[in-house]
Ligand binder design. Sequence first.
Ligand SMILES: *Cc1c(COP(=O)(O)O)cnc(C)c1O
Length: 386
Amino acid sequence: MTPLIVQKVPLLDISRQEKPILPELNEAVQKVLASGMYVLGPETLRLEQNLMQYTQAQYAVACASGSEALLMALMACDLKPGDEVIVPSFTFFATASAVARLGGIPIFADINPDTWNLDAADAARKITARTKAIIPVHLFGQTADMDAIQDLADAHHLVVIEDAAQSIGAEYYNKKLQKSVRAGTLGHIGCFSFYPTKNLGACGDGGALTTNDDILSDKLRKLRNHGMEPRYYHNIIGINGRLDAFQAAVLNVKFSYLDTWCAQRQKNAMLYHELFTAAGLTEKIQLPAYPKTGRHVWNQYSICIPDGKRDALRDFLSSKNIGTEIYYPMGLHEQECFQYLKCSDAELPVTHKVSRSIMAIPIFPGITYEEQAYIVDAISEFYVKS
Ligand SMILES: *Cc1c(COP(=O)(O)O)cnc(C)c1O
């Protein structure tokens, strides 16, 4: 094989996505600048309409970030100090910190070893009389096992808050309805993030909530603006969770490209599967599972290197100028700030194991065939040498 000449493959290159649409983005930002409406306003309303249409949710409330979305979702459900909320330990910090910030108790559940999403059976074991809600995370772009989670929630009267921060556009095939349903409409409230690394990324922070419940929708809208209605009258305590209009304008431009970018991510994922299989690497590394029904939107393409060689492989790829990242290097139950919860590794064996072996490789829209082949070749070379 002739060696491929590739300069550098970053984990994510946002500029490749943005370059072709820079004139459009510029125009949208200039319009906001000229309008003098910098917070909420018509661009935010249009974003909410785009979100309703795209997720098929009846209501959408844009907000300042995915973290604020999670916090507001729990506030809207009247989470009280001492209430327990089941969350996966293998997720981004905000899933659990939102619970703790309200005085709630995050109860960490383990994950499925193939999908790395919440293990409903382990969640079931952790339900008590104090359990108020469950937050399934649709990790890396793939929906959690929602039928099982919904059954649990129904049986125990739990609120289901989806952390769809990484999964806008992901679909879950609902066996009862016999159709695919989009992330954000699978529970009571869906939470989205528009942090720049997400599939729909702002040029700054942004987030949103979706729901089919009109009472929750009204409450979320109010919570976003200090519980204020009418102006300077507050009957509930909210936060400043407002979105700025520049971000809304950027997101409205990017919305029309989201499905094209999604399709590119899916194509890139399938190419990795082919390349890893052709290279005979599937015995050595665990590829990400994906559903035969539904829709995976591949915010990340993570692989597991189960033989203790993950960090050595990561160093090797770094020496070849290939960007990687570890989502996540440990379970949240291991974080210093959550030690008071006294949750041991023995309780979460899959989370512990996966966090020590997982690694994300580049999958962004715009990565070339040559770059993906270069990455797989480099991984092959590592295994020949070690
Ligand atoms: C990004 C992310 C969040 C937080 O979103 P921000 O917009 O960064 O506040 C929450 N949960 C998960 C799973 C995420 O990936």
